[in-house]
Design a protein around this ligand. Structure first.
Ligand code: ATP
Length: 219
């Protein structure tokens, strides 16, 4: 058992675990039953001490000169990430971004099951997107009662984010995956993970070599 709260583990270490996991599964498919930190570190151009530190947050420790059993390490990482069980979610805002998330099979592989989407657009309500039924937002509170929904995914326009978050809080979600740029006002105990798509693109675009500026007649 962990003595440390999962919230206090370093985020960069948590973010590297899925990358290691993919590599470990490849190794397992190739029949490699043992793996060392050095091998993982070489694959990703990191120091093996860093890899060992990252892996230690899962509670597993390797054997000196032998390393880890690949299977055990995969189980430890998946257990730590919660990817060895089903996590039920509601998605609010079944527009372009919401639809893309509903259609992404990678999340299903990690145990994320989006059981219902909610929207206010009558054209979308009553239809399914990637086999996920879309309901009227007004049904969310009732449908969320005792439904075991752990996560709410917010892909609504910014102006609608807080109201949707309030309903998610009322139905008792533990976490909100916030794709809007709005900082939500929610109880402290609810985990909020913000996905800052525009901020991320801003970093990329600002680092591009600036194109020469052509006079208007050439544009
Ligand atoms: P589309 O053009 O198909 O509506 P979009 O991604 O361009 O998609 P956005 O304006 O970003 O649309 O809105 C995302 C989704 O959120 C849309 O499906 C919209 O109908 C929905 N939406 C807007 N307001 C709310 C709200 N208050 N509660 C729930 N969903 C909402």
């Amino acid at each position: 058992m962990f003595t440390q709260s999962a919230k206090s583990f370093p985020i960069p270490s948590i973010q590297r675990l899925p990358v290691y996991l993919r590599f470990l599964k490849e190794q397992r498919n190739r029949g490699n039953t043992l793996i060392s930190c050095t091998q993982i570190a070489e694959e990703f151009g990191q120091l093996s001490v860093q890899v060992r530190k990252d892996l230690s947050i899962t509670g597993i420790s390797g054997r000196p000169k032998v390393g880890y059993r690949t299977n055990e390490l995969i189980d430890a990482i998946e257990g730590f990430l919660g990817w060895n069980r089903e996590i039920k979610a509601f998605l609010i805002g079944a527009g372009s971004l919401g639809s893309a998330i509903l259609g992404y099979a990678g999340f299903v592989e990690h145990g994320l099951r989006i059981v219902a989407a909610f929207d206010i657009d009558p054209v979308k309500i009553g239809n399914s997107i990637h086999r996920c039924p879309v309901f009227d937002l007004r049904q969310m509170y009732g449908m969320g009662q005792n439904a075991g929904i752990e996560i709410g995914i917010l892909t609504v326009p910014s102006v609608a984010a807080q109201e949707a978050a309030n309903i998610l809080v009322q139905i008792g979600v533990q976490g909100i995956w916030n794709y809007t740029p709005i900082r939500l006002d929610i109880p402290q105990e609810i985990i909020c993970e913000e996905v800052k798509l525009s901020a991320s693109f801003a970093v990329l675009s600002s680092r591009l070599k600036k194109s020469p500026v052509f006079p208007d007649e050439y544009v």
